[in-house]
Design a protein around this ligand. Structure first.
Ligand code: AMP
Length: 283
């Protein structure tokens, strides 16, 4: 029977647990999450276990990265199942602060990331998002003081933003990305997939299919713009409202117009009903 992880909900108990974990110079990895854990999250936990002696998972649904019209109130919360999955993975510590602990009365500081955070992808549709993410991740890093932190490529732009921030602010954390984990039909796993109706769930893998078809056309020497336009059509036909589908440089996120400008990443975001899904692949 695996041990239940230590659960810390106050900064004092986090710091106590953190200093116990760090004894004998054990290195520590952090996997930040908003809970509602699925195999994508657990793949990051497994990467973390391989890299570090001790693994901390944070579960915090961060209000500052949601806009007023977004799904903060209805975001799925599955605490018991999350803890039992983390116990099975041998996680050492779960950091689960409440909103008042993370943002006490009078909290008035916000990190404003630039560079990859202003690439014109997610930031165009969620202008509040990366400021909220950067602020909470910087706090998680200073609270937990991990040696490594694991983020999914699922949120590709976020991975770039957090990597840049950790370097720019000398946070002493090495940020490592993990590959996207998918359902059998190709849909990228996401805590938000539970919002999908049966019909929407059936249509949802169109995003991944469209990305793959685009990559194939590009690799066959097809024109970038027409490959992306065909993908946009397929996505709309499946019932999505497209926010963007773009080819970008995988490191800088700058726009590209040929595979020679690469490494190239194809990124998509679209809404089906009220659920917004994102995905990306290497071109
Ligand atoms: P979230 O709980 O949605 O904030 O995600 C927490 C972390 O898990 C982020 O670094 C995500 O990029 C990562 N993640 C979410 N879904 C997946 C997935 N399908 N595959 C790999 N990583 C993921």
């Amino acid at each position: 029977m695996p041990n239940t992880p230590i659960i810390a909900r106050t900064l004092a108990s986090l710091h106590r647990a953190r200093s116990d974990l760090g004894k004998r110079n054990a290195n520590i990895a952090l996997v930040p999450t908003m809970g509602a854990l699925h195999d994508g999250h657990l793949s990051l936990v497994r990467l973390a276990k391989r890299r570090a002696k001790k693994v901390v998972v944070s579960i915090f649904v961060n209000p500052t990265q949601f806009a007023a019209h977004e799904d903060l109130g209805s975001y799925p919360r599955t605490w018991k199942a999350d803890i039992s999955r983390l116990a099975s993975e041998g996680v050492d510590l779960v950091w689960n602060p409440d909103v008042k602990t993370m943002y006490p009365e009078g909290f008035a500081t916000r990190i404003a990331p630039e560079g990859p955070a202003l690439a014109g992808l997610e930031d165009r549709f969620r202008p509040h998002f990366f400021g909220g993410v950067a602020t909470v991740v910087a706090k998680l890093f200073t609270q937990v003081r991990p040696d490594f932190a694991f983020f999914g490529e699922k949120d590709f732009q976020q991975l770039k933003v957090v990597t840049r921030m950790a370097r720019d602010l000398d946070l002493g954390v090495r940020v490592i990305g993990g590959a996207i984990v998918r359902e059998r039909d190709g849909l990228a796993m996401s805590s938000r997939n539970v919002y999908l109706s049966a019909e929407q769930r059936h249509a949802a893998p169109t995003l991944f299919r469209a990305l793959k078809a685009t990559s194939k056309r590009m690799r066959a020497g097809g024109d970038f713009r027409s490959a992306l336009a065909a993908a946009a059509d397929a996505i709309a036909e499946a019932g999505f409202a497209l926010d963007y589908i773009e080819a970008r440089h995988a490191e800088t996120l700058a726009p590209v117009s040929s595979l020679n400008d690469g490494p190239v990443r194809l990124l998509v975001a679209a809404k089906i009903g009220t659920t917004r899904l994102i995905d990306n692949i290497k071109a």
